[in-house]
Design a protein around this ligand. Structure first.
Ligand SMILES: Cc1cc2nc3c(=O)[nH]c(=O)nc-3n(C[C@H](O)[C@H](O)[C@H](O)COP(=O)(O)OP(=O)(O)OC[C@H]3O[C@@H](n4cnc5c(N)ncnc54)[C@H](O)[C@@H]3O)c2cc1C
Length: 453
C-alpha cells in the first residue's frame, strides 16, 4: 500500500499505543489519519500479560473492551507464597465500588494486539508497512507542517506527528527530547540488585503448582522472586498448544553471579531457575516437581526506568522556527520495570486520552489557521503535562514494588553494628498489614490505575 503525501495526524508505530490512538482519533472524527510501522508485521510477542481496570475502562470508550474481556482470565487477587506463609497482598473484588472491571485481566500482548489490529481493519484503518521514519524537518514554507522522511525516500507532510515508536523512539531522538530516569538512578550492577536482569517466558508444565487460577502468584524465596501467572488456554492455539493444556507466564530475576541470561532462554535454562527459586521452593516438600515441557516464548531484559523530558515538542529547525507539534506516547514517552504490569497499560491510556486533544488541535488549526500556535496547541501542551505526571506516579509505584520484592534475605548491619534482615522485616510487616482488608483493597486500587487513569 502506498503512502499518502499528507496527513493531519501521522502516527509512527503500530504497537498497542499507536493502534489505540488511531482508533480513538477515528472515533473523534479526526480526518486524514495515517499510521505507519517499520516492521513488515506486528511484533507478535507475549510481553505484557496484564490489563488493568483503568485500561479496560479506556478501551471501552473505543469499543474494544468486550472483545478483550472475552479473551482474558480474571484475576481477583495477588498472592505471595514463601516457605513459611501464603499471603494475599491485593484484593480486586472491592474495586466493584468504582468499576465493573474489578479484576486484573490476564491476556498476552500478542492477543491484545491481534484484537486491536482486527478492530482497526474492520473499521477501515490500514497500517502502512513496512515504512520506517528516518528524519523529520519543519516545513520551510511557514505552514507549520512537518516533513517526515522515510527510509525508501518518500516524504509525507504532517500537521501533527505522534511518536508511538517504542522505547528507542526515533521520533523522540529526532525531536531532541531528553530521556532519563526521573530520580537520576543508573543501573549499578550491585549484587543485591537481583531484579536488575530478568527473564520472562510463557511455558507449559507437568504438575502445575496448586496455586489458584484466579490469582497472580509470587513465589518469594531467598533473594529472588518468581511471578507465576496462568494464561488463557487460547493464547497459543496457533502453536498447537491443545485446548485445555495450561499455559503459564513466568518472570524472575537473574542473580548477578549467574551472568547475563541468554536473549531467548530455553527450556533447560528456565527449568534450572524454577528448580532454584520456583514454586517447589515455597510449597510443601511432597509437592511434585514442576517440570517445563515447552517454552512458547521467552525473552530477557534489563529493568530500568526512563521518562521523556517532555511528551510534546517541536522539531528543532536550523536557525529558525519550529514546525508542527510532535507528541510522544507509550514506551516512546516512558519505560519502567514490569513489576505491577504497568507499561503497556499506561501507553494505551496515554493514547486514548491524547485523541480528543489532537482532534481539537486539528479542527482549530484548519478552521482558524491565523490563531497563534501557542493557543492552537494548548490542548496538546495540557495533555503532555498531565500524562508526564501520571508516568512519574507509575514509575514511583513500580520502583516501590521492585524495592519490596528485591530486599536481600541475609544479615546486614545498620550503623555498622546492628544486625537486621531486610526480607524478614518486610515479611513480618506485610504479614501484619495484610490482616486488614482495606490495605489489600488499597494495593489493588493503586495497581488498577483507577486513581491515576
Ligand atoms: C520482555 C518484555 C516484557 C514486558 N512485560 C510487560 C508486562 O508484563 N506488562 C506491561 O504492561 N508491559 C510489559 N512490557 C512492556 C510492553 O510490551 C510495552 O509497554 C508496550 O509494547 C509498549 O507499546 P508501544 O505501542 O508504546 O510500543 P511498541 O509495542 O514497542 O511498538 C512500537 C512500534 O513502533 C515501530 N517503530 C519503531 N521505530 C519506527 C520507525 N522509525 N518508523 C516506523 N515504525 C517504527 C515498531 O516496529 C513497533 O511496532 C514488556 C516489554 C518487554 C520487552
Amino acid at each position: 500500500m502506498s503512502l499518502p503525501q499528507f496527513a493531519q495526524v501521522l502516527i509512527v508505530g503500530a504497537g498497542p499505543a499507536g493502534l489505540c490512538l488511531a482508533l480513538a482519533l477515528q472515533k473523534q472524527g479526526c480526518p486524514h489519519i495515517v499510521i505507519v510501522d517499520a516492521a513488515l508485521q506486528g511484533q507478535n510477542t507475549s510481553r505484557a500479560a496484564a490489563v488493568h481496570a483503568a485500561t479496560v475502562e479506556a478501551l471501552e470508550t473505543i469499543g474494544v473492551a468486550d472483545a478483550l474481556v472475552q479473551e482474558g482470565l480474571k484475576f481477583k487477587k495477588t498472592v505471595v507464597w514463601s516457605s513459611t506463609h501464603e499471603l494475599e497482598t491485593a484484593s480486586f473484588e472491592p474495586l466493584s465500588k468504582y468499576t465493573k472491571y474489578n479484576y486484573i485481566l490476564g491476556v498476552p500482548q500478542h492477543v491484545t494486539e491481534m484484537i486491536l489490529n482486527q478492530t482497526a481493519q474492520d473499521r477501515g484503518i490500514s497500517v502502512h508497512r513496512p515504512f520506517k521514519v528516518v528524519s523529520i524537518k519543519p516545513s520551510a514554507d511557514g505552514s507549520n507542517l512537518t516533513n517526515v522522511f522515510f527510509e525508501n525516500g518518500h516524504v509525507l507532510r504532517a500537521r501533527t506527528v505522534v511518536g508511538a515508536d517504542g522505547a528507542r523512539s526515533t521520533i523522540r531522538q529526532l525531536a531532541n527530547v531528553g530521556w532519563a530516569d526521573p530520580s537520576g538512578e543508573v543501573n549499578t550492577n550491585k549484587k543485591e540488585e537481583v531484579l536488575a536482569n530478568m527473564i520472562v517466558a510463557d511455558i507449559t508444565v507437568t504438575n502445575p503448582p496448586p496455586f489458584p487460577r484466579d490469582s497472580l502468584n509470587l513465589a518469594l524465596s531467598a533473594n529472588n522472586v518468581v511471578l507465576w501467572v496462568p494464561l488463557p488456554g487460547s493464547s497459543y492455539a496457533e502453536m498447537n498448544v491443545p485446548q485445555g493444556e495450561a499455559v503459564f507466564r513466568i518472570a524472575t530475576g537473574i542473580p548477578q553471579e549467574r551472568g547475563q541470561p541468554p536473549p531467548a532462554p530455553d527450556t533447560a535454562y528456565i527449568q534450572d531457575l524454577l528448580d532454584n527459586w520456583g514454586p517447589n521452593k515455597v510449597l510443601p516438600l511432597d509437592t511434585p516437581r514442576v517440570e517445563v515441557t515447552r517454552t512458547l516464548w521467552s525473552s530477557r531484559f534489563r529493568t530500568h526506568s526512563a521518562v521523556a523530558d517532555s511528551f510534546f515538542a517541536h522539531v528543532p529547525a536550523e536557525g529558525g522556527e519550529g514546525g508542527g507539534p510532535i507528541m510522544l506516547v507509550g514506551d516512546a514517552a516512558h519505560i519502567h520495570p514490569p513489576m505491577g504490569g504497568q507499561g503497556m497499560n499506561l501507553g494505551i491510556r496515554d493514547a486514548i486520552k491524547l485523541a480528543p486533544a489532537v482532534a481539537e488541535f486539528v479542527r482549530a488549526a484548519t478552521s482558524s489557521p491565523d490563531t497563534a500556535s501557542e493557543d492552537l496547541e494548548k490542548p496538546l501542551a495540557e495533555w503532555a503535562a498531565e500524562r508526564r505526571e501520571k508516568a512519574l506516579t507509575v514509575i514511583g509505584l513500580v520502583k516501590q514494588i521492585q524495592g519490596l520484592m528485591s530486599m536481600p534475605n541475609e544479615r546486614q548491619y545498620a550503623l555498622g553494628f546492628i544486625p537486621y534482615n531486610a526480607a524478614w522485616i518486610r515479611d513480618t510487616l506485610m504479614g501484619f498489614a495484610m490482616k486488614f482488608e482495606s490495605v489489600k483493597a488499597n494495593g489493588a486500587y493503586r495497581v488498577s490505575g483507577l486513581g491515576n487513569p
